[in-house]
Design a protein around this ligand. Structure first.
Ligand SMILES: Cc1cc2nc3c(=O)[nH]c(=O)nc-3n(C[C@H](O)[C@H](O)[C@H](O)COP(=O)(O)O)c2cc1C
Length: 189
C-alpha cells in the first residue's frame, strides 16, 4: 500500500483544504492530511547546524512532520496564492525542511503541488512553478505535476462543479504514479 502525506498551507478552512480533502477521500492506502495552521512551526533560525548533521536545532512539530515526509511515498502540498507566492505558513514549513538538503534524504520522493489563487489559474501556475523550484531542486524531489485553481472566497471551489474535473485529473495522476511503483492494488477509473 502506498503512503501519502497531504499538507495544507492555508490559514483558513477554504479552497486549498477542499481540494486536498477531495484527494484524501479518493486515494487508497496509508494517508494523512496535515493542516500547518494547527501545528507549532517556528521560523528557521539559519544556524546551518543541519549542514553538519541532518537534524534541526529547533524541536517543534516539524520534527514529527519531517519523519512523516521521510516515510511517505508521495507528498501532496497545497497552498493559497499570497502575492504570487506561497503562504507564510508554507514558507516556514519549506525552510524547516532544510535538514533534508545536504544529506539528500528526500531525493526522488514524489511530489504534487497545488495552488489556489483569486486570479486566473494560469497566472498562479506561472508563479507556483517558479516559487517552488528551489524546494524541488535542492531536495531532489520528483515533481509529478503542479495544478492551480481559481477561487477567491472560502467556499468558491466547493460551489464550482468545474473544479471537480481538475481534482479528478490530479487523482488520476496520483494513481498512475502509484501504479508505476508497482502498486497494482489501486483501481484506475
Ligand atoms: C494576503 C493575501 C494575498 C493574496 N494574493 C493573491 C495573489 O497575489 N494572487 C491571487 O490570485 N490571489 C491572491 N489572494 C487570494 C487567495 O489566493 C484566495 O482567496 C484563495 O482562495 C485562498 O485560498 P484558501 O481558500 O485555500 O485559503 C490573496 C489573498 C490574501 C489573503
Amino acid at each position: 500500500m502506498a503512503k501519502y502525506l497531504l499538507i495544507s498551507g492555508s490559514p483558513r478552512k477554504g479552497n486549498t483544504d477542499f481540494v486536498l480533502s477531495r484527494i484524501f477521500e479518493s486515494i487508497e492506502g496509508e494517508k494523512e492530511l496535515i493542516f500547518l495552521r494547527d501545528k507549532n512551526i517556528g521560523h528557521c533560525i539559519g544556524c546551518l547546524s543541519c549542514h553538519t548533521k541532518p537534524q534541526c536545532a529547533i524541536n517543534d512539530d516539524m520534527t514529527e512532520i519531517r519523519q512523516k515526509m521521510l516515510s511517505a511515498d508521495m507528498i501532496i502540498i497545497g497552498t493559497p496564492n499570497y502575492f504570487d507566492n506561497v503562504s507564510g505558513l508554507l514558507k516556514d514549513f519549506i525552510d524547516r525542511t532544510h535538514p533534508f538538503y545536504k544529506a539528500a534524504l528526500l531525493k526522488d520522493k514524489k511530489l504534487i503541488l497545488i495552488m489556489v489563487g483569486g486570479g486566473k489559474a494560469e497566472g498562479s501556475k506561472e508563479f507556483l512553478d517558479v516559487v517552488m523550484s528551489g524546494f524541488v531542486k535542492y531536495l531532489g524531489l520528483d515533481l509529478m505535476g503542479s495544478y492551480c485553481f481559481q477561487a477567491l472566497y472560502s467556499n468558491d471551489l466547493r460551489q464550482n462543479p468545474e473544479s471537480n474535473k481538475q481534482v479528478e485529473e490530479i487523482i488520476k495522476t496520483i494513481k498512475i504514479a502509484s501504479l508505476k511503483e508497482g502498486r497494482e492494488d489501486l483501481n484506475l477509473p
